[in-house]
Design a protein around this ligand. Structure first.
Ligand SMILES: C[S@@+](CC[C@H](N)C(=O)[O-])C[C@H]1O[C@@H](n2cnc3c(N)ncnc32)[C@H](O)[C@@H]1O
Length: 283
């Protein structure tokens, strides 16, 4: 990883928002009991799926990471979140850390995103929504994390659809999500529901990638849990990528794959020929 990422990571430990990586199936909380959106995942997503100088739209902004990384990588960022204290903290961090383009955070209910971000023509839709009721962010009834799953699902579908209308044609979207269990211990199906929400919004389901999260205390808990209920410990999140329109045109709009700068004295690994290359199109 290049030097740029390490320094970004250093600045971003100021984040304030809890993150559902610390779910019922494991994950690691920070010392304050909250965790922060992974800035390396963020950097990769921006470099791979958004054009340099492009506009990122985030309907569930949470902490400042996605805005600050966007700015550091020369992307504009518009993030919406319901909670005023989070928006305020993000703006403060943005002012302390970022130069142009400054990330923009807007307070409001993303069900109104078409009005709140009316002038936005996004090049990339990127977010990490509430994972149903896994973490409850406030007692505001507009907060999706306070809703019963059927209501949550409806509001979530509405927000995905409204956000997708602000995405330019031939562009990518990416949501980081993870499964959540209901009170009986069954999964809600939040991952397939996210795929369905985007499909109904007219986007194609394009890449499924997995973020392996820190195991934390999972190895200690997993055996007991498995013995008692056959629940398998989970230590990953799903990074789902969608495309609005034509994937080849979306790729052309991004340009060449962007890499972080590598220090001249860092060893380089020559990967040689890829034996799977001929299967690449089918995987
Ligand atoms: C998973 S958290 C985001 C955490 C974020 N990924 C991070 O790393 O900081 C989801 C966010 O959605 C926000 N939220 C919930 N309902 C909302 C709504 N109707 N409109 C806008 N934001 C909402 C919550 O306030 C919370 O900050």
């Amino acid at each position: 990883m290049g030097k740029q990422t390490a320094s970004l990571k250093g600045s971003l430990t100021l984040g304030t928002t809890a993150h559902p990586y610390d779910g019922q199936d494991g994950g690691t909380a920070s010392q304050t009991g909250t965790s922060i959106f992974d800035p390396v995942l963020c950097e990769l997503a921006y470099r791979w799926f958004s054009p340099p100088g492009g506009v990122i739209l985030d309907p569930f902004a949470g902490g400042s990471v996605r805005g600050i990384v966007a700015s550091k990588l020369g992307r504009s960022y518009v993030g919406i979140d319901l909670r005023s204290e989070q928006i305020e903290a993000n703006r403060e961090q943005g002012l302390a850390i970022c130069d142009d383009p400054h990330p923009e955070w807007i307070e409001g209910d993303s069900r109104d995103i078409a009005t709140l971000a009316a002038d936005t023509e996004a090049d990339f839709l990127f977010s990490c929504p509430p994972y149903a009721d896994l973490e409850v962010y406030s007692d505001d009834p507009a907060d999706l994390s306070t809703l019963e799953y059927s209501e949550f699902r409806q509001a979530y579908f509405d927000i995905v659809a409204a956000s997708a209308t602000l995405l330019k044609p031939d562009r990518f979207a990416c949501f980081v999500v993870g499964e959540v269990r209901d009170k009986r211990g069954n999964y809600y199906g939040f991952v397939p529901d996210t795929i369905e929400a985007f499909r109904r919004a007219g986007l194609g389901y394009y890449n499924e990638t997995i973020l392996v999260t820190a195991a934390g205390s999972l190895p200690i808990r997993a055996g007991k849990q498995f013995e008692a209920s056959r629940k398998v410990g989970k230590t990953h999140q799903n990074v789902l990528v969608f495309v609005k329109g034509d994937a080849k045109k979306a790729t052309a709009a991004i340009g060449k794959v962007e890499f972080a700068e590598i220090e001249a004295d860092e060893p380089r690994i020559d990967s040689g020929d890829d034996p799977d290359a001929e299967f690449g199109e089918r995987l």
